[in-house]
Design a protein around this ligand. Structure first.
Ligand code: GLN
Length: 191
């Protein structure tokens, strides 16, 4: 199985390192041809405004939409989650998400870079130590969306909708592999 990582901006290397730990072949995606023969695609964390602009400059918006609409799996962390959402609250001007998941997310919901933190969370029944870096929060989930993680105060930080997975946090930065393993299972059984 080959998994692509959108390699326009953000923590591409950390995702590739995590997939390598799981002995998964990876491809850095910078043009539409790179999506060929992939079972899944990861949208890394970074800056969602920049990622959105670069997707247009690199003519990747339509190909990524087609990839997901064909049933292939996609996983967005942090800025990647924002990129997948169909509603972005506190968005930057001109920011355009892919609008694939039926969720509303609020950008920078915990404050500035200085308010970033690590937290032990439950992800689908498994305890993980993960990083929140200028992270978004999911403020609304549609009917088809499954909640996989909440903070102790009830705020939603990981969701799945069919072949799409999104986390507010970065499991790849603290060395956790479980969420990527979960995603590989999704990718190996296309919807
Ligand atoms: N705050 C960033 C954004 O709005 C996301 C930060 C991250 O991906 N770690 O895109």
């Amino acid at each position: 199985m080959r998994i692509g990582v959108l390699a326009l901006q953000g923590d591409v290397r950390e995702h590739i390192g995590t997939l390598a730990k799981l002995a998964c072949e990876t491809v850095e995606v910078r043009k539409s041809a790179d999506l060929k023969n992939l079972s899944g695609l990861i949208l890394p964390g970074g800056e969602s405004t920049t990622i959105s602009k670069l997707m247009d400059i690199f003519s990747l918006r339509e190909p990524v939409l087609n990839f997901v609409q064909s049933g292939k799996a996609i996983f967005g962390t942090c800025a990647g989650m924002i990129t997948l959402a169909n509603e972005v609250l506190d968005s930057a001007s001109g920011q355009q998400s892919l609008g694939l998941m039926d969720i509303s997310v609020r950008r920078n919901a915990f404050g500035s870079q200085l308010d970033s933190f690590e937290e032990v969370i439950d992800f689908d029944g498994t305890t993980l130590n993960v990083a929140f870096i200028r992270a978004p929060i999911v403020e609304r989930v549609g009917e088809a969306v499954q909640v996989l993680s909440k903070l102790s105060d009830g705020r939603v930080v990981a969701v799945r909708q069919q072949n799409m997975l999104a986390t507010s946090f970065h499991p790849e930065i603290t060395g956790e592999t479980f969420v990527h393993e979960y995603f590989l299972k999704m990718a190996s059984s296309p919807q």
